[in-house]
Ligand binder design. Structure first.
Ligand code: FAD
Length: 434
């Protein structure tokens, strides 16, 4: 199935779709190679088997008011609803309102050079923060940023916090029809063009020179798909995949190899993330006065420290979240054990025996992003001193290879869908500018 075109795009996640859409609309012939059988990458919506409720295995929230994403949502005719942003916190065995326990965020956003691990910043604030705030700060960085506080860059996190603030804070909203619907206009546009979007097409080698690229691909089952030839390539693969070496599934060999990129990648990390989706016979948290007001429940120090409801959707689901070292540890367990630990945590939050919760459980799903060969983790984590590595990763190579994807967002929106979309548009602009 050899193919010739102007630009080959590797990956059909948010960034690859945005880049391909823009390039195709500018009149270029584009071939998008996507390893999975679906578009979206880390936007992975499934639907409840009983009532069709959209369930997000990957990206779930729209943080703030990112125009690039909201414009797309409007184009898709998707309704965006504000989540219940009231937080409850389990501290010393008691569940109480926790909104003021996030005051540490201002200090995280205000971190100044020199860059140092977040653990150092936490130690510097030990005097100003209560024990609870210090605990929440650690839990927040590990959970939300999927990072280890001992290595994560305080400057990168400060930049992300400030970027979120500029977008209207981190108060979340969600696509009421599912996150995948937001990307649908891009997918539909590309599907209308023959021989543009190739699913089950795993890129395995990119041979390049300033004259052009030849990308060799196979199906996931190993059937060769031939060579895709183009003048240029846009690479949107996750950091976890770029760090992997052949013959690991998904790993791509660049010929000649890219020593600058390899050094940059060696300094970046992929943060572990795990989600647990539980459907109960009834939304018992809404049936009790003490838990009814809340949309988020925090149990700092627990293996799955954050839980939320699907509000404003009415549903019987609770979603559990674990990031960083906890997620890494959970990833080594059997799914049944992850479920057991999830019910233990919920038992502490809601003062119910695990057995009683299990009796109320109708369905469960564990989504471990470390085990996804075409992602290999949650999102990029920047260790202290490695902010410049992202710049190296984002830099085009000899007017031939262009790089996009969440980890190449240089203004603090990495690890987000809107950030990924923006990098795809940036890469398309770079290609069109040549
Ligand atoms: C659990 C989780 C929760 C998240 N929550 C949020 C959230 O609430 N809000 C938010 O804004 N962001 C969230 N994010 C982050 C967001 O999902 C990502 O930043 C964004 O979707 C990344 O898009 P991308 O295009 O850079 O990468 P991806 O979506 O990973 O796309 C890369 C594509 O490349 C494909 N690929 C990989 N290897 C190959 C190969 N060899 N050949 C061909 N194709 C290949 C992959 O299959 C994938 O489709 C979350 C992420 C995770 C994992």
């Amino acid at each position: 199935m050899d193919c010739s075109c102007d630009v080959v795009v590797l990956g059909a996640g948010a960034s690859g779709l945005a880049a391909a859409d823009r390039l195709a609309r500018a009149g270029l012939r584009v071939a998008v190679l996507e390893a999975r059988e679906r578009p979206g990458g880390r936007v992975d919506t499934v639907r409840d088997a009983v009532d069709g409720t959209p369930l997000e295995l990957g990206a779930e929230f729209i943080h703030g008011k990112p125009s690039v994403l909201l414009k797309l949502a409007r184009r898709a005719g998707v309704k965006v609803g504000t989540c219940n942003d009231k937080h409850a916190l389990l501290w010393r065995g008691k569940l109480a309102e926790g909104d003021t326990s996030f005051d540490f965020l201002e200090d995280l956003a205000a971190a100044e050079p020199p860059d140092r691990p977040v653990s150092q910043l936490l130690a510097e604030h030990a005097g100003d923060w209560s024990e609870l705030e210090a605990r929440m700060a650690r839990s927040y960085v590990e959970g939300f940023y999927a990072a280890t506080v001992e290595t994560a860059s305080s400057l990168a996190i400060a930049r992300m916090e400030r970027a979120a603030e500029q977008l209207g804070g981190i108060a979340p909203s969600r696509s009421l029809q599912g996150y995948d619907r937001v990307l649908e206009p891009l997918v539909r546009g590309l599907m209308r063009r023959p021989e543009t979007l190739f699913f089950n097409a795993v890129a395995e080698q990119v041979r390049w020179s300033p004259k052009g690229v030849e990308v060799r691909a196979r199906t996931r089952e190993g059937v060769p798909l031939g060579t895709f030839r183009a003048r240029r390539a846009v690479v949107t693969l996750p950091v976890g995949v770029l760090k992997a070496a052949p013959p690991e599934p998904g790993a791509v060999r660049f010929v000649p190899h890219l020593p600058d990129k390899e050094r940059a990648l060696a300094r970046l990390e992929m943060g572990p993330l795990m989600k647990v989706l539980l459907r109960f016979r009834s939304p018992f948290w809404k049936e009790r006065e003490d838990t009814r007001p809340y949309g988020f429940f925090h149990a700092p120090g627990q293996p799955l420290p954050t839980w939320w409801t699907l509000e404003p959707l009415r549903s019987r689901y609770l979603v559990g979240w674990s990031g960083g070292p906890d997620a890494e540890a959970l990833s080594r367990l059997r799914e049944e054990e992850v479920l057991r630990q999830s019910l233990e945590v919920l038992g502490r939050l809601f003062k119910l025996p695990r057995r009683a919760l299990h009796e109320r459980l109708e369905s469960w799903r564990v989504q471990d992003w470390q085990r996804e060969p075409f992602t290999r983790g949650g999102y990029c984590v920047i260790p202290a001193g490695a902010v410049d590595a992202m710049e190296v990763l984002a830099r085009p190579v000899q007017d031939t290879l262009f790089f996009a994807g969440e980890a190449t967002h240089l203004e603090g929106e990495e690890g987000t869908v809107h950030g990924a979309l923006a990098t795809g548009l940036r890469a398309a602009r770079e290609v069109l500018g040549r």
